[in-house]
Each structure stands twice: as C-alpha cells, then as structure tokens.
Design a protein around this ligand. Structure first.
Ligand SMILES: NC(=O)c1ccc[n+]([C@@H]2O[C@H](COP(=O)([O-])OP(=O)(O)OC[C@H]3O[C@@H](n4cnc5c(N)ncnc54)[C@H](O)[C@@H]3O)[C@@H](O)[C@H]2O)c1
Ligand SMILES: N[C@@H](CCO)C(=O)O
Ligand code: NA
Length: 817
C-alpha cells in the first residue's frame, strides 16, 4: 500500500486535478488501494491567513471569501456533469458559510488567537479534500473523504502541534479497519487535540501527515507529488546545470532540504525514517519522470557530494570578548536565550581559542537577537569582558552535502579552492564531525557565482563553463572564435569544458549576453539591436557586475587601452588571457603588478602567444625556472614577419612586395611598421628578459634598426610602403652582400647578463639559425642544465591559425593549474 500526497499545485487547477486522479487510477488499476493525502489548493492557505488578519483588523473579508468560492466552484463546474454538481456545491457552500461566521467572530472580537487561526486555515485542506474526493467518486465509488481530525491526535501547541504518535497510530489503524475497501482521501496539515480543537502541524504539514499515515499503516512507499522534478543538486534557479538526484539517504535529504530545496520539509521525514519507508518525490506535471527516492539503502555513488544547498539571505552575529575564554556555560546561556525567544540559529562556529562565537540567523531575527544578548549579558558588557556584537548583513549560506564526504580527504580542499579561485571570500565555516555537511557563509552577491563554481568543481562528469569576455574581432579574434566553434563538441567531450562567450567587443560595437553569444553568429550579434557602441570601461564594469564563475577577460586587440583593466580584472579573480603584448612590455612596475594581482586573487594570467605565437616559449621558460634552472643566455628570432621576409627575399623578388605579402598573410602587426622597426621584437625580448628574472625597462632593450632612417620615419603605413619601394636598392645590396659571402640575413635578439639587444646579422650554414622557412621563429635557451647544447624551440611564430590556437590552449587551461 502506498501513500500518495499531493501538494497545493497538484490540486491547484482543473488540469492538475485530472492528472492527480489519473495517478490514483493507475495505482488502483495495479490492484492497489492507496491512501491519498491532500493539501489546500495553491494560494488558498495564504488567502485564508490574509482573510483572518483582515477580519482581526476590522477590514472586510468579502472579496477573499468570493475568491475562495470561485476557485473551488470553478473546478466543480469544469470537472463534474451539471447533474452531479449540486450536492457538491451545497456542501462546499456550507463550509464557506461556517468560515464566514468564524471570520465574523474574529471581526467582532478584533482578536485572532493561534487556536482560531488553526481553525480558519483548516478550511483550505477540508475544502480541497472534499472537492477532490467528490470528483473522484465518479471514477472510484469507494472514495471516502476523511478529515484528519479523526485520525491524528496532537497537543495544544497551535500552529505547530506535536503528535501523540501512539494514540494516532491506533486511531489510524482503527479507522482503516472500520472502513475496509474504501479509498481514503485525507486532509493534510490538520489534526485535533484532546480538547477536540483543530490544530495544525506546521510548515510542510501535509508531508508530515503522509509520513504519519505511512508509518502507521506500514506503507510500502510514501509518494510526495509536487511541481518539480524531485530534489536537485542545487537550486535550479541559480544553477542552470543542476540536475535531479535519483536517490538520497534520509540524512542527505534532511541536510539538503534544511536549506534552499524546499521540496520536502525535513521533520516530516522522521516517521518514514524510523520505519525505513522510502519517500519518493514525484512531479505531477511530468509523469514520466521517475523522481527522487529517499531511502536508507541507496546505491553507492561515485560522487563525493550529493548536492549543494543554499540560503540566500542570512545575518551573522559575532560575539567576542575575553569573558568567554574557558568559561563553561557561556554558549549554553547564549543559545538557551535564543531558543527561549524562538530565534532559530542556522549555523554556529566557534574557534578553539574560544574568543568568539559566530552564529547565523534569519535577517528578521538579527536585531532582536542582538538586543537580547545586550540584556542577558549586561554585566559582562559593562565589565568590558564582552563586546556588544555587530550584525553583518547581506550574507548567504552555501553548504555541500553528502554521506560520501565522510572519511574522504580533499573535499573541503576542493570546496575552498573553487571559492578562492573565484574570489569568493569565506566569512565563516561550519562542519560537524559527522562530516556530511560543510557550510560556509559568504556574501550574498557572490552566492550565484559560488554555487556555480562549486557545482562545476564537484560534478566533474559535467562540463565546466568558462565565461569569456573577449576584446577584438580582427585577424586573431575572429580566427579564435571560429576555432572555438569548430571544436566545441570536442572540448566538451574530451576536456569537459564549455567556452561561453558572454561579452564581445571590437573598437566599434560591443554586446553582452549572460546566456552566451552564438560562436558562429557573433557578427550578427555584434550588430543587432542588443549590441551597443563600444565602451571599454562599461564592458569591464558589466563583466565585474555579472560576477560569473570561471570568468576570463580575453584580449585579442593590439590596442593599449585594455591593458589598463587587467589588474582590476585579476583583483576580481577574473583570469586574463592575452595575445596583446602591450601590458607585459610597458613599465616594469605594471608587469609586476599584474603578477601580484593574479597570485593574490587566485586568478590566471596567461600570455603564451606574446612570444613566438603558439610555440611553447613562455611555458618552457617558466618550467625551466620553476624547476630551479638558471637561464644564462637566450638567442632568438622572434619576428615572424622579418623571418618571412628574409626567407623569401631571393632572386627577383622585391622587398616591398614581400612585406606586403607578410601583411596579407596575417603575420604582421595591424601596423606593419611595428614589426619592421623592431618594436614588436623588442616587446618580446623584454617579456622574455623579465620572465627570465631581469627587471628591464623598454628602453633597456637595444635595437639596431634594419631599415634606413627614412623608412623608420614614415608617418603613415602608405608612406612607409612608398619608402620601402624607394629603398629597393638598399635592400638588394644587403641581400647580394650576404649571398656573396654564402650567408643569409637574420634579425636576431640576444639576452645575456641581463642585457638585451636586437641586431641584423649575416649567418652561414654552420649557424643554428641558418635553416628557417616561412614565418619561423627560433629560440635557443642556454641554461645551467642546457649548457653544452642549448634547448631549442623552433617553428611557425606568426599567423592567425597558430596564434589563435595558442590563445585557445591558454583559455582552456584557465583554472587547471
Ligand atoms: N598576427 C600574429 O601572428 C600574432 C601573433 C601573436 C600575437 N598577435 C597579437 O594579436 C593581437 C591582435 O592582432 P590582429 O592581427 O588580430 O589585429 P587586428 O587589427 O586584426 O584586430 C584587432 C581587433 O581589436 C579591436 N580593438 C581595437 N581596440 C579595441 C578596444 N579598445 N576595445 C575592443 N576592441 C578593440 C579591433 O576592432 C579589431 O577587432 C595583437 O596584439 C598582436 O600583437 C598577433
Ligand atoms: N607580428 C608578429 C606576430 C607574432 O607576435 C610577428 O611578425 O612576429
Ligand atoms: Na608562444
């Protein structure tokens, strides 16, 4: 035999009541005779409460009564043939008249006692249960409406009465024995005390009714029919990736539902828990969904946690002072006081120094709690042995829950790493030694970010989402977006990463969409009605304000402006990935500041493509240094453009045309003068020198120009190309001189003893840089370990595909090291 409990939304409409009856019919068809427990129609309890308060305040209640009548009558008229409506409407009308008299009584007395309120509220369940049983009678002639006042006996604690279990079980069994073969429709929530007065069972009371009935009758299963797909891994309104849990233990279900997940009210599970009756949470609006089963013998799960619960508004009170140290009974006094005054304490922590106790309460209790402490500890306060506590507001609780956490190291580490990396400050922590709940208090504004970050960290079989704010849609930017689009399935399946581009800007337009821009339709998005004129400061401000987890600022521009925002982003724990060299090659002070900000705020700052595009140069240098090696000398060709020029400047080709070709192939900077005047190379040498441990300033890198002065001074790109043409003779003379000596031209950078220089050289076959083609870069590191033969990295060092690929790799590595 099963207990089927239907919540307010399941009896809220004509459609849901029909479904409800189908569910009952399915059970009956299987030869079962379930007991059905019903809540009031959705909204009705609140309506009754408001009507009672109105009556007590002398306000009219006619509108409320009308609404009540309309809602119930509406269902009867839609679901019952006209011929059978009358007796049902009459009986309902009788109930409404009783209620009206009661409200008039309250109005005359101008008084609403808890006892009377329970009586008023009972009409919600009584009307709904009568209504549903009357509708059911058409399909099941054995249907019987039962008021739980006949079945459940409580004390006189109105509003939240305590059940006399023994007597109640006798009553229930007796009733069922006396009504063999009947299909019972029982009112949830209400009961009766020894004086015969109506009582209610408190919040979630109908679930409790179901559990009491289930326990008394030894039910096989208690089904709680609601309007959501069972219990989920986190609040689905805040965590889009939250998913329904197939199974939970009673403990886990209690831990999860104390916070947030109001699917089931925890105390209601106790009778079921005692008798080990599974509770199945089902969705009336999704019959195919199997639901969540709460049972004592769950299948073992590989996941360390079951879910993350949260309370999105709490206040914290921190009681501090020397008077507490080593003082037995202090916390006893404190918490008895709060208990006596009905202040619910959500979480408590005390450091072993005993110098302070922190506890969290609902915001509406905070001021009173503080006042009570002021009164209770007046003497200690006067003697300055205690400080009058302050109230910290706008806080939230996040808790990870699961029985598998027990005896498993690393869970807390993972939780705090996810929080720390995302810049979420933890204000207080609590974990019981039972080890199935770790709770942290954090700022309310960080809750959504924290929930998502922690969800990503623990449910690793799901994909992690990177939230990217990208600048630049030029040569590199658009190529990268194309690569991300082309590889999105691979990324998700192989790396468990989803890249969501939330913000995109070029120098003209920008667009921000927290749900993610289409990677293949970004051009349209950048120009449609949701986009706006580019405004970097606003873009960055929105990025910070959205406060998304695993957030990355991506700079694919060649502009100086974005660099000014890197440190700010890093300080907000937003990682920065850039192929733009400007930030790393400005004043040394700025270079340092960025690294400090990244380290202090747990964010990543990746810039592999600053040197040698996608070639692993920055990474190699870092690995050498972190493993204790010391770089003695670097020799390198780091201008892909110039490399391409010298590799192709042969025979009849003109210098001018080759430079143009390098630009067309996407090797050059947006302004090719930056390559040919050595500035781009200088930036790379500077970054390498700094990464090798030398605090150089830009002017410290000596550049021997490879162009005649007139070319260097050209005021525009067009003028620059004209000058190149005008100096063809100069270039071919250079080329011929090298050829005559059996050599080739190479523009080479050197770093030795902390000094960096770039110069034009002619090298012969013996030189390791002789053999190059295309836009190859080559770098040779001579170090303490690589002394006899240097470590050499060589390959294409410019071009959109290889550069975008390097940025891609940096992006995917965010948060992994
Ligand atoms: N070409 C290569 O092989 C290579 C290799 C390594 C690194 N890089 C670096 O890649 C970067 C981009 O080069 P590119 O060839 O794609 O340049 P590009 O000129 O083609 O594109 C630059 C983009 O940045 C945008 N932009 C400029 N200022 C902006 C601002 N303030 N806010 C937002 N967007 C802005 C422009 O609108 C454009 O979309 C440069 O820093 C370059 O040094 C290039
Ligand atoms: N313009 C650069 C691209 C790589 O940073 C070059 O030619 O090397
Ligand atoms: Na690189």
């Amino acid at each position: 035999m099963n207990i089927l409990k239907f919540g307010g939304t399941s009896v809220g409409s004509v459609a849901s009541i029909s479904t409800l009856l189908d569910v009952v019919a399915r059970e009956v068809a299987r030869g079962e005779r379930p007991v059905v427990v019903l809540s009031a129609m959705s909204g009705v309890t609140n309506l009754l409460l408001a009507a009672a308060e109105d009556a007590a305040a002398g306000r009219p209640v006619t509108t409320s009564l009308m609404e009540l009548e309309n809602r119930h009558f509406g269902v009867v008229k839609s679901l019952l043939d006209a011929a059978r409506q009358n007796p049902v409407l009459t009986r309902l009308k009788l109930l409404f008249n009783e209620l009206e008299d009661l409200l008039h009584g309250i109005g005359s007395l101008r008084e609403l006692t808890p006892q009377t309120l329970d009586r008023v509220l009972s009409y919600g369940e009584r009307c709904a249960t009568f209504l549903v049983s009357a509708l059911a009678a058409g399909r099941f002639p054995e249907a019987l409406c039962v008021e739980a006042t006949e079945l459940i006996r409580t004390d006189a604690h109105y509003g939240q009465a305590r059940v006399d279990t023994e007597l109640t079980e006798q009553l229930i069994r007796g009733f069922v024995r006396e009504h063999p073969g009947r299909l019972l429709f029982v009112t949830g929530f209400i009961a009766r005390n020894a004086q015969g007065r109506v009582t209610t069972l408190g919040r979630g009371g109908s679930d409790y009714t179901a559990a009491i009935l289930g326990a008394a009758l030894g039910a096989q299963e208690i089904q709680i029919w609601t309007d959501v797909n069972g219990m989920m891994t986190a609040d689905p309104r805040m965590v889009k990736k939250a998913f329904s849990l197939p199974e939970l233990s009673y403990t886990e279900a209690m831990e999860l539902s104390y916070f947030g997940a109001k699917v089931i009210y925890p105390p209601t599970m106790i009778p079921a828990f005692m008798k080990r009756i599974p509770i199945v949470i089902r969705n009336t609006f999704d019959l195919d969904f199997a639901g969540t089963t709460i049972r004592h013998d769950c299948q073992p799960s590989a996941l360390p946690i079951k879910g993350i619960s949260s309370i999105n508004d709490v206040s914290v009170i921190n009681v501090e002072g020397s008077g507490m140290v080593g003082k037995a009974g202090f916390s006893g006094r404190l918490f008895s006081l709060l208990a006596r005054e009905q202040i619910n304490v959500i979480l408590i922590t005390q450091a072993s120094s005993e110098h302070s106790i922190t506890f969290a309460v609902a915001p509406h209790d905070a001021v009173r709690a503080r006042e009570l402490i002021g009164q209770e500890f007046e003497l200690e306060l006067q003697a300055r042995k205690l400080e009058l506590p302050g109230i910290e507001q706008d806080l939230a609780v996040l808790a990870i829950v699961g029985e598998n956490m027990k005896q498993t190291p690393g869970i807390a580490g993972k939780l705090f790493q996810a929080l720390g990396r995302n810049g979420v400050n933890v204000r207080a922590i609590a974990q019981g030694s039972s080890e199935y709940n770790i709770s942290v208090i954090i700022g309310r504004a960080d809750l959504a970010k924290a929930l998502n970050a922690v969800h990503d960290a623990f449910f690793v079989e799901l994909t992690k989402t990177l939230h990217v704010f990208a600048l630049g849609t030029g040569n590199i930017g658009r190529t990268l977006l194309g690569q991300l689009h082309a590889h999105r399935d691979f990324l998700r399946e192989q790396n468990g990463v989803q890249v969501r581009v939330v913000g995109l800007s070029n120098s003209r337009r920008m667009v921000i969409d927290p749900s993610g821009l289409p990677l293949d339709g970004w051009e349209a998005a950048l120009n449609n009605g949701h986009s706006e004129p580019a405004d970097l400061a606003r873009f960055v401000a929105r990025m910070k304000q959205l406060n998304l987890p695993n957030c990355v600022l991506l700079d694919n521009t060649a502009a100086p402006e974005p660099a000014a925002h890197y440190a700010d982003a890093l300080r907000h724990s937003i990682s920065v990935v850039t192929c733009n060299k400007i930030a790393n090659s400005g004043p040394y002070q700025q270079y340092r500041e960025l690294r400090d900000a990244a380290r202090q705020h747990g964010a990543d700052f990746y810039y592999e493509t600053n040197v040698g595009a996608g070639l692993p140069i920055i990474r190699t240098l870092r690995d050498l240094r972190t493993s204790g090696d010391r770089v003695e000398r670097i020799e390198a060709i780091l201008s892909g453009t110039i490399s391409f020029i010298f590799n192709n400047f042969r025979g009849e080709a003109s210098f001018h045309d080759i430079v143009r070709e390098a630009q067309q192939r996407g090797y050059t900077e947006p302004d090719p003068r930056d390559d040919l005047n050595g500035r781009d190379f200088m930036r790379k040498m500077l970054i390498l020198a700094r990464d090798a441990g030398h605090p150089l300033e830009p002017d410290d890198v000596i550049i021997e120009p490879m162009l005649p002065a007139a070319c260097l001074q050209a005021p525009t790109v067009a003028a620059f190309y004209e000058q190149l043409r005008a100096h063809e003779a100069y270039f071919s003379e250079l080329k011929d001189r090298a050829a005559a000596a059996g050599q080739v031209l190479r523009y080479i950078g050197q770093l030795e003893d902390g000094r960096a220089r770039i110069s034009l050289q002619m090298v012969d076959e013996q030189h390791p840089f002789y053999q190059l083609s295309g836009a190859d870069n080559v770098i040779s590191f001579t170090t303490e370990r690589y002394k006899e033969r240097p470590l050499v990295v060589k390959g294409p060092g410019a071009g959109a595909e290889v550069t975008a690929a390097g940025v891609f790799a940096d992006l995917v590595n965010v948060g992994t090291r």
